[in-house]
Design a protein. Structure first.
Ligand code: DXP
Ligand SMILES: NCC(=O)COP(=O)(O)O
Length: 250
């Protein structure tokens, strides 16, 4: 299958807010980062309003809705509080993610299959409000089928297991994870779902994922914000864009 058009890059700005919140106060400003990312060619901005507000805050989401000229992908847990916030702001996309209060980062994909009924009712008003609903899941056929059944338009495959295996030098495991991601991208695409991917991607791990023709968007944050310390945010994003485009060309 030929690569399907331009692969979109969503820049996740959560960890600009992490640095700001380390001291309180107003800088570095995630809205300024979002504007810089837009100028550097980001196709969208992703922000995760965690229940504990450890990085992005409610005011950040409000500000992003005001300043963005590219789509906002609003990541949130499937709670009533978050649903009310999403319904108030009506972002372009809502990505439902699993959350554990004590976790360091989003550890796995959402358990959709076991909560199908609840999640179907949960996402219905978000779709009616005009947001595209995406479900952040592991590369697991059962979960993809369930995401399709509940009426999600998009799935985002969690690339963390692949990236962790790669970072730890476990090449065979990384290859296995990559193969699962490839197979499940195809599987989801054949069901009619739009396929996104993200979590933990770096310059070293992005290319094989970007080469999957079914994947239409990558969401990348933590690495880019770290790299911005050395290169500046614009050049860090430009290099990611270059790697994605090269991988897409084959
Ligand atoms: C769902 C996802 O992958 C991102 O939102 C990521 O989780 C943000 O960073 P933290 O997990 O560190 O909050
Ligand atoms: N949904 C994944 C995301 O937005 C970015 O994750 P990360 O690159 O910050 O790990």
């Amino acid at each position: 299958m030929a690569a399907q058009g331009k692969l979109r890059l969503g820049v996740n700005i959560d960890h600009v807010a992490t640095v700001r919140n380390a001291r309180g106060g107003g800088y570095p400003d995630p809205l300024r980062a979002a504007r810089a990312a837009q100028e550097a060619g980001a196709d969208g901005i992703t922000a995760h309003l965690r229940e504990d507000r450890r990085h992005i805050t409610d005011a950040d989401i409000e500000g992003l809705q005001e300043v963005l000229t590219v789509p906002l992908n609003f990541e949130m847990a499937a709670t009533e509080e978050m649903q009310a916030i999403a319904l108030r702001h009506k972002p372009h996309a809502v990505c439902i993610v699993p959350e554990k209060r004590e976790e360091r980062t989003t550890e796995g994909g959402l358990e959709v299959a076991r909560e199908e009924n609840r999640l179907a009712h949960f996402i219905a008003p978000l779709r009616e409000a005009g947001s595209r609903v995406s479900i952040f899941i592991a590369a697991d056929q059962r979960q993809i089928e369930a995401a399709n059944r509940i009426g999600a338009e998009v799935i985002e495959l969690h690339t963390g297991a692949y990236c962790d295996a790669y970072a730890e030098g476990h090449w065979e495991e990384a290859q296995k994870e990559l193969q699962k991601l490839e197979e499940m991208s195809k599987f989801a695409h054949d069901l009619g779902l739009e396929v996104h991917a993200g979590h933990g991607l770096t310059y070293d791990t992005v290319s094989p994922i970007a080469a999957f023709p079914e994947v239409q968007e990558l969401n990348i944050g933590h690495f880019l914000i770290g790299e911005a310390i050395f290169l500046g945010l614009g050049p860090a994003i430009a290099e990611m864009r270059r790697l994605m485009d090269d991988a897409r060309k084959g």
